[in-house]
Design a protein around this ligand. Sequence first.
Ligand SMILES: [Zn+2]
Length: 266
Amino acid sequence: MKNYIDIGINLTNRQFQNDTDTIIQNALDNEVVQMILTGTSVQGSKTAATIAKEYPSTLFSTAGIHPHDAKSFNNQSISELRKLVQLPHVVAVGECGLDFDRDFSPRDQQEKCYRAQLALAIEVQKPLFLHERAAFTRFMGVTKDYLPQLPKAVVHCFTGTLQEAKTYLDNGFYLGFTGAISDTKRFAHLQEVVKYVPLDKIMIETDAPFMLPKNVPKTSLTKYHERRNEPAFLPYVAQTVASFKGISLEEVALATTENGKGFFEI
Ligand SMILES: [Zn+2]
């Protein structure tokens, strides 16, 4: 029996509406024993915390504002998040960061929202769940201002270059890998990245319902949700890590679970 921890699922996404119990049960049936629900807005973080509380020691959540949602950031946002991160089952601040790929929020607003959450993580000393897409230089520039006091941090759904991965590692960050690593057409360079990153710095996640791993057999996808990812598919991410690194699936499960437990203190 292997045990996996999915460090990032978007269970409050409308693609999972009314399916929560089934999704959790499917995950448990596939040896995914703990899951961390990603908070992407104040409201979403509240909902995630409420769901997590119903599954003690199995589900946990984060509280934060995604850069896409930075436009909703206001004077009350941080005090709302502060209340949430003080709950024992809310284990990290985030997801937060910068996303210059889609630019769903103005960049100056993204930066303001990100800085406020970095300061919050320092204040409450809880780990950070970070999101960076097409914004590496500015992201590091902003983050550097806080580095000396910064708690542990994971850059989730890493799809950047080897050089970017090296910079994150040099700063003590963990990297979270999703099914994107199995997309050898779009993200061929990630094979080299996964090979390079030490096993004790890797965590795995589905980022469900997004990022469906390419190696999930078609027969495992339900008729009505053929493109929907779910935490039950996390072992496919582990499988890709194992094959890129030339090690056993057991080793990947053991290491990533130990990393997740230590990082989130769960
Ligand atoms: Zn993200």
